[in-house]
Design a protein around this ligand. Structure first.
Ligand code: AMP
Length: 134
């Protein structure tokens, strides 16, 4: 299988606007931002999904996402951020190489997720909760 677009960025084969780099990850600006400043924390090792990534790297990436959040608030004066991982193709993950989106949000910016919420039938939520306990 060929390299992911993020491997090509990490290897310097295609350009990006990089705002951070360390041993485990890089942070770049998304080429098609939901809001300008939308950043991606990308694992240097191309774990395809969140599920495949070892704990140490994941913790480091979350800590890095927190630093990105701080920087976006400081520089852009955003009021909040969406921090999200699309985990697998079915969830909308386009690039099979683990990355965390950090999206600046502004009060009243009108952005919204396209999710449609559902309702549980009587007792269904509790039954499911019972199966999912760990
Ligand atoms: P996902 O759907 O979670 O896999 O998100 C992939 C993200 O990568 C999308 O938001 C794309 O806009 C972004 N992306 C794709 N190619 C590039 C690139 N060359 N430079 C920066 N961001 C990119």
């Amino acid at each position: 299988m060929g390299k992911t677009v993020f491997e090509r960025i990490i290897d310097g084969e295609i350009p990006s606007v990089k705002i951070h780099e360390d041993d485990l990850c890089i942070v770049i600006l998304d080429i098609a931002p939901v809001e300008k400043g939308h950043a991606l924390v990308i694992a240097k090792t191309p774990y395809p999904t969140f599920t495949d990534c070892p704990e140490t790297t994941l913790s480091h990436m979350m800590e890095t996402a927190k630093q990105v959040d701080r920087k976006l608030r400081e520089v852009l004066h955003c009021d909040g951020t969406n921090i999200l991982i699309n985990n697998g193709k079915a969830s909308g993950q386009e690039v099979p190489h683990l990355h965390i989106h950090v999206i600046p949000r502004f009060t009243g910016d009108g952005q919204q997720f396209g999710f449609t919420k559902q309702q549980y039938a009587e007792g269904e939520q509790a039954r499911l909760g019972g199966k999912l306990e760990f």
